[in-house]
Design a protein around this ligand. Structure first.
Ligand code: 5GP
Length: 188
């Protein structure tokens, strides 16, 4: 019997839902996971780690698009975001934390990818989390509006929908989903 193909786990969901915190905790808990680092043309936020993304400019991003260097990419609220073609030799399962257009592209390319769509417990909580990142009011409004558009698409694409009402509980639920997928279980 050959070793199982690495899983591709796509974690998507509206801004402010806590995806970044969730995927960071997931890879800390599960050493069989490998977190992809995206490229973006967005400027680094105050207090944001310089390792959060490969921060780049439009010319370099477009050159990489032309060279076929992205598994998927999109333009989100005026900036490019993209997943470099994954290069992992050690058989770890790949985690992508991306928005819904990218999730749709990955599903089209790799139908076996598992899409977990994360929702906030409420719009109020989502807004509170977005404001907590220090974004300007108009940026928060823009992201909330975008979230309204993304939610029905994400629900439609999702293999699993998880409500991030409590971080620890959410991570436990996602670990359980991973174990089910690794043992060949179907989504519910
Ligand atoms: P943020 O600016 O808040 O870091 O990210 C904005 C949105 O882009 C989030 O929904 C985030 O998940 C998504 N995103 C981050 N990296 C990528 C990527 O490589 N591809 C796509 N399609 N979306 C991404």
């Amino acid at each position: 019997m050959t070793a199982a193909e690495p899983l591709i786990i796509v974690v998507s969901g509206p801004g402010g839902v806590g995806k970044g915190t969730i995927v960071t905790a997931l890879v800390e808990r599960d050493p069989k996971l490998w977190l992809s680092r995206s490229w973006t043309t967005r400027v680094q936020r105050a207090g944001e780690s310089s390792a959060a993304y490969v921060f780049t400019d439009r010319a370099a991003f477009e050159a990489r698009i032309d060279a076929g260097g992205f598994l998927e990419w999109t333009e989100f609220l005026g900036n490019y975001y993209g997943t470099p073609n994954p290069e992992i030799a050690d058989g770890r399962d790949v985690v992508l934390e991306i928005e819904v257009d990218g999730a749709r592209q990955v599903k089209a390319l790799q139908p076996q990818a598992i899409l977990i769509f994360v929702l906030p417990p409420s719009r109020d909580e989502q807004e509170r989390r977005l404001r907590g990142r220090g974004d300007a009011d108009h940026k928060v409004a823009e992201r909330l509006q975008k979230a309204e558009l993304e939610e029905p698409i994400g629900r439609e694409l999702a293999d699993y929908i998880v409500v991030n009402d409590d971080l620890e509980r959410t991570i436990d639920e996602m670990i359980e989903i991973l174990h089910r997928c690794r043992s060949g279980g179907a989504s519910t």
